[in-house]
Design a protein around this ligand. Structure first.
Ligand SMILES: *Cc1c(COP(=O)(O)O)cnc(C)c1O
Length: 378
């Protein structure tokens, strides 16, 4: 089946009254004869959790999945389940700040060796050692939407017996299915595109049954489980995932093209534009370029605070993936903890803005942005 059909139909629950939707089982106690038969939210085995995990697994072409109470619960539980002291974890540094902080503040003190690389297969290859246990990466990345050749990375890792984990949040399973490209585990902050309405905090990990079972076993200890009501909301949201993401792809592409032609814009970072360094790899491994892009205004051409202030339709906000368009200045938000020197080393100038394009009419979004550019011109 195509993803849009899977979004609607997979993970359906069979019961006597043949409901078209999975009922919300708001029960933490179930009758049991043997302890092994017990259904319990923190065992990650309830009907609502299972049907939802089955839908996300189907979307990613994975054997098995597990849903969590946040993206960070998915990331932390996966890492803590699969890494041991003495193991080396390789991370391309263009990575969600919360994941880097988790690696530094939780994994490193446990004796897990962390090596940062550039977001390229060559740079990752150089970091591989006998102790390498896991490569944890994103593609596209934040805020430059850098693209890693996923198939090349997967085969490099397989040769070296290293587990590959991708944070697939930015692409969503509609635009990218890394497991089909050879990646072991795909993780989502469901808070973003999967839920898509800026009202839910959740996460997921999908992959081979052997590894997901191991993660599920450790998840019992960490307890980051999703409750039945939120499972229902995420399931409901997923039914429209494919059409939301398709609309977001179309809108983002239009806006990226328009902005690239503007005098005040120095550069647009969007994997859907042929000017992007990852364009060809993205075209080969993604089924859509996504809703996220960054633009860099020419130096001293625009006042960023005035620009943000002048927007009416678009909301300045850090999160992403919702039906409404948001924008943030990475230097003031996601990367504000770095020193200015560190930011500039990564190419994050104060004039850089990252957009998450929603499902509004692109004409209205374009008008809002162009009006704000006019108002904020220096
Ligand atoms: C938001 C985000 C996370 C963290 O997810 P939470 O649901 O906030 O815990 C992880 N990775 C990426 C790429 C994100 O955007």
């Amino acid at each position: 089946m195509e993803p849009s059909s899977k979004c609607v139909h997979n993970g359906a629950h069979e019961s006597e009254c043949h409901p078209i939707n999975t009922p919300i089982y708001a029960s933490t106690v179930s009758r049991y004869i043997n302890a092994g038969e017990q259904y319990y939210p923190r065992y990650f085995n309830t009907v609502n959790q299972d049907t939802l995990a089955a839908k996300i697994s189907a979307l990613e072409a994975a054997e098995k999945g597990i849903v969590f109470s946040s993206g960070m619960a998915a990331i932390s539980t996966t890492c803590l389940a699969l890494l041991r002291p003495g193991d080396q974890l390789i991370i391309p540094f263009e990575m969600y700040g919360g994941s880097i902080a988790f690696a530094e503040e939780q994994l490193r003190p446990l004796g897990i060796e962390i090596t940062y690389t550039k977001a390229t297969v060559d740079s990752i290859k150089e970091a591989i050692s006998e102790k390498s246990k896991m490569i944890f990466f994103e593609s596209p990345t934040n805020p430059f939407l850098s693209i890693i050749d996923i198939q090349a990375l997967a085969s490099l890792a397989k040769k070296n017996n290293i587990i590959t984990v991708i944070d697939n949040t930015f692409a969503s399973p509609i635009n990218q299915r890394p497991i089909e490209l050879g990646i072991d585990i795909s993780i989502h902050s469901g808070t973003k595109f999967l839920s898509g309405h800026s009202d839910l905090c959740c996460g997921a990990a999908v992959g081979p049954e052997r590894l997901i079972n191991k993660i599920q076993h450790h998840a019992h200890h960490f307890g980051g489980c999703l409750n039945a009501l939120d499972c229902y909301l995420l399931d409901r949201s997923l039914k429209t995932l494919a059409i939301r993401v398709r609309e977001q792809n179309t809108n983002a592409f239009k806006l990226a093209e328009i902005l690239a032609s503007k005098e005040v814009v120095n550069k647009v970072y969007y994997p859907g534009l042929s000017s992007h360094i990852g364009f060809e790899v993205a075209a080969a491994q993604m089924s859509g370029p996504g809703s996220l892009f960054s633009i860099e205004f020419k130096k001293n051409s625009i006042s960023i605070p005035n620009f943000l202030q002048a927007l009416d339709l678009i909301t300045p906000g850090i999160s992403l993936g919702g039906v409404e368009t948001t924008v943030c200045a990475p230097a003031l938000t996601s990367h504000h903890k770095l020193t200015e020197k560190q930011r500039l080393e990564q190419g994050i100038r104060p004039e850089l803005l990252r957009f998450s394009i929603g499902i509004e009419a692109w004409e209205d979004l374009a008008n809002d942005i162009l009006k704000a550019i006019k108002a904020a011109k220096l």
